[in-house]
Design a binder for this molecule. Structure first.
Ligand code: SF4
Length: 350
């Protein structure tokens, strides 16, 4: 692991991003922002999963108006995602949004940009410049340079607009659906400016493939010390994005949230439905935010030993399970009771 890149710090609501702040996990609602009840409900589910910042698409005035009611009912910072219409940005700031995702070069005339930036400054609202490889400005797309350089060049055009307006509460993302392009773009950006970076890929896919791509792309950058906040984009319930984000951070030992769940891959020694059991245990514990390790192992010969480091666990045997704690077997229970006995033990002690 490389030491973390030194970045400036910005604050979105009460969440610090950059410098030595913990790398935060964010997601985006897929509800219609105008539907306040559905959006609030989803934000609460995401928050339960650990989400620390939430982004909402603001497509029109009604969505911008809904921000006011949503803000009253949630307690994680809300970021408005706006394209092209500066009036929506102004409306969202007036309605109490905590940050904007907006590319200032795409909102029209200079006086409009000035109005948005001035209001963002007085209201302490940071702006994320979000570059997507697939939607670069024509003048930049036509350049004969590698794609990642085009992405950085594009971001820098927007950065310059904000800096020219004396605004520096900036965060930058450079998303592409290609892992190598995304990595190269962030590496170059990290050397170019010291603004905090929001890591993510775009159109990364459904749960399995998207998670692999994101883990490699985001994980590589984080291991190099690059990145201050992350979003794992998945074609899935956004709650999965939050679990995935924390899995990446936990794998790199950058954050601890929730249970560290381990299970063996199974082999010919396994005599119970370990795959089914492991999924059930992991699912039952996914919102338990305790720094414990739980192991689900396939056999009593190697299981407890292989999972010595676990705080709690079970090793399957023929028709039964050996419940263990710190490597010591404390109970033998029938197979049908393994799940409930293990959960009872964990829940009674945590
Ligand atoms: S714990 Fe037992 S079943 Fe699981 S992989 Fe090891 S030897 Fe095989």
């Amino acid at each position: 692991m490389t030491a973390r890149r030194v970045s400036r710090q910005i604050t979105i609501g009460d969440v610090k991003i950059g410098a030595d702040a913990p790398i935060s996990v964010q997601s985006m609602c897929n509800t219609d922002t105008r539907d306040v009840a559905a959006t609030v409900n989803q934000i609460k589910q995401l928050q339960d999963a650990g989400c620390e910042l939430i982004r909402l698409a603001v497509l029109n005035k009604d969505a911008a108006a809904a921000i006011k009611d949503i803000k009253k009912q949630v307690d994680i910072p809300v970021i408005a995602d706006i394209h092209f219409d500066y009036r929506l940005a102004i409306q969202c700031i007036e309605n109490g949004v905590d940050a904007l995702r907006l590319n200032p070069g795409n909102i029209g005339r200079e006086e409009n940009v000035k109005k948005v930036v001035a209001l963002a400054k007085t209201n302490n609202v940071p702006i994320r410049i979000g570059i997507n490889a697939g939607s670069l400005d024509k003048n930049i797309a036509a350049l004969d340079i590698p794609l990642h350089e085009k992405m950085v060049k594009s971001a820098m055009q927007h950065v310059k607009i904000l800096e020219d307006n004396d605004f520096d509460k900036i965060k930058i993302s450079l998303k592409s659906s290609s892992v190598p392009t995304t990595i190269e773009a962030y590496r170059l950006m990290a050397k170019t400016v010291d603004y905090p970076l929001h890591l993510g890929l775009t159109e990364s896919g459904t749960l399995k493939g998207g998670l692999v791509k994101s883990a490699i792309g985001i994980g590589t950058l984080l291991a190099e010390g690059i990145g201050d906040t992350i979003r794992v984009s998945l074609t899935e319930n956004p709650v999965e994005e939050v679990y995935a984000g924390f899995s990446i951070l936990k794998s790199l030992e950058l954050r601890q949230r929730g249970v560290n769940f381990v299970s063996c891959p199974t082999c010919g020694r396994c005599q119970i439905d370990l795959i089914g059991l492991a999924k059930k245990v992991e699912d039952a514990l996914k919102n338990l935010d305790k720094p414990i390790t739980v192991a689900v192992m396939g056999c009593p010969v190697n299981g407890p030993g292989e999972a010595k480091h676990a705080d709690y666990g079970v090793a399957g045997a023929i028709g039964e399970g050996y419940i263990f704690k710190k490597g010591e077997v404390i109970k033998r229970v029938p197979e049908k009771d393994i799940l409930s006995e293990l959960l009872n033990l964990i829940n009674s002690e945590n």
